[in-house]
Design a protein around this ligand. Structure first.
Ligand code: TXA
Ligand code: MG
Length: 347
């Protein structure tokens, strides 16, 4: 398949600019597009066959449901039903933005979009290209992250191209995304809303609107089955072995130096994910700076692209510092632990 790559200036997005891509969506094709979180791989959410193509292109298990993207609140009632004031309050505060809500699905949404579930995930992305694409297509757009299943989510057009070139119809290139980790998912079908996946919108922010909110226990207990089917798969994973080293900063650096010296001696390629503050202290392997310790936005934005860069280098072992779990840090450490398949050295 020929994949068209179309560059679009985020500052001047017109319906004209996205028209060709919108036509592809309407005709049942696949278009990758930027959102504020990560790039998505879109198809008409109400077209069962188009949704199926997404699973094929990504190599995604068919029980893993897609998120439906809308551009206007009026579209919500065509996707979901039986939701109450709390949903409107969240939409008012966080949409467009990095928050996905699980609601009861409308009949028009096919089971191939929801992975066979009677619930549907919905969000309104905060990115002009995404919003204009949805508007111009006149469709609600089902879109998972635009990566091969299991790989780190794409934060640039180049990442999407690497994974999906030749398998999809079009990529809209809107440059690097701003957030870099996927949206927060909240299940609104429970009496007390449940966070199924942490993201940029934090538990504290949700509590300000909803009162109480809980976390899906499976986020912290590996033996529990997560309610978001996608959260059970090994995910966001680089090719090499990723190991998180956590504890007192001095001991973390010592341990990473010790481990990496040994691996280098054995002829292995070693990568290190370091904070700016500690960068100079690592003695072996390729060191990449993820950001300053206090800048969670920078750390979140760089995480997936650093994992991909280490793949490009054929890195065998990647050692990473551990980061604060405050606020957005929940999402950062959730993705990091998944990418590391929970391999954590406590020092
Ligand atoms: O930021 C994002 O959310 C990005 C951009 C493209 O919008 N999308 C994204 O999609 O991360 P994806 O497919 O990679 O992740 C969707 C997650 C999966 O873990 C899936 O299991 C969960 O949402 N999900 C979707 N529908 C669900 C449902 N009805 N019930 C529970 N979990 C659901
Ligand atoms: Mg994904």
């Amino acid at each position: 398949m020929n994949t068209i790559i179309q560059k679009i200036d985020l500052e001047h997005v017109t319906l004209q600019a996205v028209r060709e891509a919108a036509n592809i969506i309407r005709a049942g094709g696949l278009v990758a597009f930027p959102t504020e979180t990560v790039y998505g791989l879109g198809a008409n959410a109400k077209d069962a066959l188009a949704a199926k193509k997404i699973y094929q292109a990504k190599g995604r298990p068919s029980d893993n449901p897609l998120i439906v993207h809308i551009a206007a609140l009026e579209s919500l009632s065509t996707v979901a039903k039986n939701y109450g004031d709390a949903v409107f309050a969240l939409a008012e505060k966080f949409w467009p933005g990095p928050l996905t809500l699980i609601l009861q699905k409308q009949e028009q949404i096919p089971y191939s979009t929801t992975g066979g579930l009677d619930t549907v995930a919905v969000r309104m992305p905060k990115n002009e290209i995404a919003l204009k694409l949805i508007e111009a297509s006149g469709c609600c757009i089902a879109a998972p992250s635009a990566n091969i299943s299991g790989k780190p989510s794409p934060t640039t057009m180049e990442h999407v191209k690497k994974d999906l070139f030749g398998k999809i119809d079009c990529i809209l290139d809107g440059g690097s995304v701003g957030i870099g980790l996927e949206s927060t998912i909240v299940d609104m079908t429970e009496k007390i809303p449940v966070i199924l996946r942490p993201g940029y919108v934090t538990k504290e922010q949700l509590e300000m609107v909803l009162g109480s909110v809980s976390y899906d226990p499976a986020l912290f207990l590996t033996e529990q089955r997560p309610k978001a089917p996608g959260m059970k798969y090994r995910h966001y994973a680089p090719e090499g072995n990723l190991i998180i080293v956590q504890g007192d900063a001095k001991r973390v650096i010592q341990r990473i130096n010790l481990e990496s010296a040994e691996k280098v001696r054995l002829g292995k390629r070693v990568g290190i994910i370091a904070t700016q503050e500690n960068r100079q202290q690592y003695l072996y392997g390729t060191v990449k700076v993820i950001g300053r310790q206090e800048d969670q936005g920078e750390i979140g934005r760089n995480l997936f692209s650093i994992l991909r860069e280490f793949d490009e280098l054929g890195t065998d072992y990647i050692y990473t510092e551990s980061f604060s779990e405050e606020g957005f840090g929940q999402a950062i450490m959730n993705r990091l632990k998944k990418a590391a398949a929970n391999v954590v050295y406590d020092v």
